[in-house]
Ligand binder design. Structure first.
Ligand code: KIV
Ligand code: NA
Length: 267
């Protein structure tokens, strides 16, 4: 089966919702790939996999290593790799050099860039030179220090207008789709109406053209905190806790390994 392309995703505007999840590793990509249209190698991996307090410490090399892992574990979904903090903000030229490394070294077909109007020039620069870009507007975790924390965006008229302007600018710059994170229902609706490319919501209501969650959040594996917008579809942390407790008890009682797990000698 051939992979979904950026054109396939773009063509879903207003149609069948685009199903997206994050993936960071080969085994998780293998499990998710049959079910989704798009796998995002999100820089959330800094917090979810590495225990960092924010996404700001994630490096381009980390994103490339995990992008390679996800490509190895998938053959259906479009794979999009996040550009980490510091890899795109300085200039369009630096952003292109770093995004080109991501595409060349991972084989992924697109990158995602957090940002609004201030990143539009960079998005246009990349798109014109063969790097498909997914935008990311609304709550932007790489701006955590500038914003003084994580909070929903667009709650007042000025904020709603700013988010609309950001989304329009990123669409006009040529993004094939955009994540809309952490905003109120009516702003998500207005943004989705205003831009000609699919909006992928996270904490942004069912009005969006698709949805994304961090896989570890919806699987109940990442429990440092659970935002309001996460629906838990499983309790893998609970299942893991029970399994590890059973293993520990077996080892302590010499119930494991049993005869069926043991190699037999010649005599
Ligand atoms: O890093 C990430 O996982 C993301 C998504 C949640 C949109 O940017
Ligand atoms: Na991200």
């Amino acid at each position: 089966p051939s992979r979904r392309t950026v054109r396939d995703i773009q063509a879903r505007k207003g149609g069948e919702p685009v199903v997206c999840l994050t993936a960071y590793t080969t085994p998780s990509a293998r499990l998710l790939d049959p079910h989704v249209d798009l796998l995002l190698v999100g820089d959330s991996l800094g917090m979810v996999l590495y225990g960092m307090p924010t996404t700001l410490g994630v490096t381009l090399d980390m994103m490339i290593a995990h992008g390679q892992a996800v490509m190895r574990g998938s053959d259906r979904a479009l794979v999009v790799v996040d550009m980490p903090f510091g890899s795109v903000q300085e200039s369009p030229a630096l952003a292109f050099r770093n995004a080109a490394r991501v595409l060349a070294e991972t084989g992924a077909a697109a990158v995602k860039i957090e940002g609004g109007r201030e990143m539009a020039e960079t998005v246009a620069f990349l798109v014109a030179r063969g790097v498909p870009v997914m935008g990311h507007v609304g709550l932007r975790p790489q701006m955590v220090h500038a914003m003084g924390g994580f909070r929903a965006q667009g709650r007042d008229d000025a904020g709603a207008q700013a988010l609309m302007d950001d989304a329009r600018a990123i669409a006009e710059a040529g993004a094939f789709s955009m994540v809309v994170e952490g905003t109120v229902v009516d702003v998500a609706e207005r943004v989705t109406e205003a831009v000609p490319v699919p909006t992928i919501g996270i904490g942004a209501s069912v009005a969006c053209d698709g949805q994304i969650l961090v896989a570890e959040d919806m699987l109940g594996l990442f429990q440092d905190f659970t935002p309001r917008f996460v629906k838990k579809y499983a309790d893998l942390a609970g299942a893991t806790d029970a399994a590890v407790a059973a293993y520990a008890a077996d080892v302590r009682a010499r119930r494991f390994p049993g005869p069926e797990h043991t190699f037999k000698g010649a005599k």
